[in-house]
Design a protein around this ligand. Structure first.
Ligand SMILES: Cc1cc2nc3c(=O)[nH]c(=O)nc-3n(C[C@H](O)[C@H](O)[C@H](O)COP(=O)(O)OP(=O)(O)OC[C@H]3O[C@@H](n4cnc5c(N)ncnc54)[C@H](O)[C@@H]3O)c2cc1C
Length: 407
């Protein structure tokens, strides 16, 4: 199709971005000075997840970021390593400095977590930068329904049929995942992947609480109790706090387990720092000897049909066995709390279908996927936003280069 024939009847953009979330807004900030860009956002506001992330304080990144903090179905580490090396924590600090965004290190729940200060909103900073630019057209309440590639140009169709037809030289899908489904979300990325024959992994809930089999229903009586524990899942060891709830288990440790768990058993260590030999001489009750809440110990003993007992040389074997079980508690979760509670979606566009340096689809020139729409999902602790910004930056820099070369 010849661009000249289309002019005046339609809007033609250098780049159309689908989704004004974390990655789409960051990308628009990169392109805003040089290219004619349109953003289409299904929601009435931009950055609906970004605004509530980190409980409103936005856990923007992590000091100790590495490829080990990410899950990908195809285990393609190269795209993760490459992009977090290119866009390291220094780039986050530089962004904060340039935008007068204050941050703090808050490691109460997660090592190395960097949060934005409460009173400054990252979403508004990204939005204001865009609004100042004459090159960017932000279209809220515009849901992209389909895209089509006609020769070398994309046609974008959205829900508002009264608007002009929109065409784009390049399209970036920054539509996120389908978690936290009470917010407006969509699986347009998967639909586009199907249409263009791009490999993808089905979205599944992650960073979410886990539900229990009947053998673990004793956990439910501990609703509201929180403990520090360790988990072994596949070859990974995770540590953090775990919260018992009426539905199952949650808290940072469990949310991270949910990122790596698909089915089968996990091993929990409820006594990660406990060494048995220090207390063998004690004559105290078991419930006061172990560094766990008393109601936890009593509930655990009940599952063994035992009540609390004083330690003595005749029952030391039983005690040692209990400690072993508490440090190697095998169980298979029944499932998870689902998309409505999940902070992120695992899965998305197969990274083997993307250029690792630019996020362009290998089989479709000028089509890109970034952020959570891609099959790269981080642990709790700022890794998902870092990924959204890192992928947006690699994609944005390469798009700028492409247009520079063509001038
Ligand atoms: C409660 C909560 C707290 C979180 N806290 C943190 C945190 O502190 N730190 C962290 O690193 N991560 C956090 N996350 C995860 C993080 O918010 C996401 O990983 C990140 O926002 C993903 O960025 P994205 O741009 O890929 O997608 P999103 O930010 O989800 O943006 C996608 C955008 O695309 C729009 N869209 C979708 N489909 C269409 C369509 N068809 N047409 C037009 N627009 C469309 C959506 O409305 C949305 O605005 C949290 C998530 C939740 C739910």
């Amino acid at each position: 199709m010849k661009l000249e024939n289309l002019k005046n009847k339609i809007d033609i953009f250098d780049v159309v971005i689908i989704g004004a979330g974390a990655s789409g807004l960051f990308l628009a900030n990169i392109l805003k000075d040089s290219l004619k860009v349109a953003i289409f956002e299904k929601n009435k506001i931009v950055g609906s997840k970004l605004r509530i992330s980190g409980g409103g304080k936005t856990n923007i990144s992590n000091l100790y970021i590495s490829d080990d903090n990410f899950f990908s179905f195809n285990k393609n580490i190269a795209i993760i390593s490459h992009n977090i090396k290119k866009f390291g924590i220094d780039k986050i600090f530089k962004f904060c400095k340039n935008n007068n965004l204050n941050y703090i290190k808050d490691e109460r729940l997660i090592n190395g977590a960097i949060f934005c200060k409460n009173n400054i909103n990252l979403t508004d900073i990204l939005l204001t930068n865009i609004q100042k630019s004459k090159n960017i057209k932000l279209n809220l309440s515009h849901e992209i329904l389909t895209i089509n590639k006609i020769d070398n140009i994309f046609n974008v169709r959205f829900n508002n049929i009264f608007d002009k037809e929109v065409f784009a030289k390049k399209i970036v899908i920054a539509s996120g995942g389908i978690s936290y489904s009470d917010l407006i979300v969509s699986d347009i990325s998967i639909k586009i992947a199907e249409q263009f024959n791009i490999n993808f992994y089905k979205f599944t809930p992650a960073l979410v609480g886990l539900t229990l089999q009947t053998e673990q229903f004793w956990f439910k009586n501990l609703s509201g109790v929180s403990i520090l524990a360790e988990a072994k899942i596949n070859n990974k060891i995770l540590k953090g706090s775990m919260l018992f709830t009426h539905r199952g288990i949650s808290g940072p440790l469990v949310m991270n387990i949910s990122l790596y768990w698909q089915k089968g058993e996990i091993v929990l260590n409820f006594l990660p720092n406990f060494v048995i030999k220090n207390i063998l001489d004690s004559k105290k009750q078991v419930s006061s000897l172990l560094p766990l809440p008393k109601n936890f110990i009593l509930a655990f003993l009940e599952t063994k049909r035992l009540s609390d007992f004083n330690l003595n040389k005749n029952n030391i074997n039983i005690f040692e066995e209990l400690v072993y079980e508490l440090q190697n508690y095998n169980f298979a979760p029944a499932g998870n709390f689902g998309f409505s509670k999940a902070e992120v979606s695992r899965g998305g566009i197969d990274t083997n279908s993307l250029n690792i340096d630019t996020f362009e689809v290998l089989n479709t020139k000028n089509l890109y996927f970034i952020g959570e729409a891609v099959d790269v999902t981080g642990e709790l602790g700022g890794f998902n936003l870092h990924w959204a910004f890192a992928s947006a930056t690699s994609c944005g820099d390469s798009i700028l280069n492409d247009f520079k070369k063509n001038i």
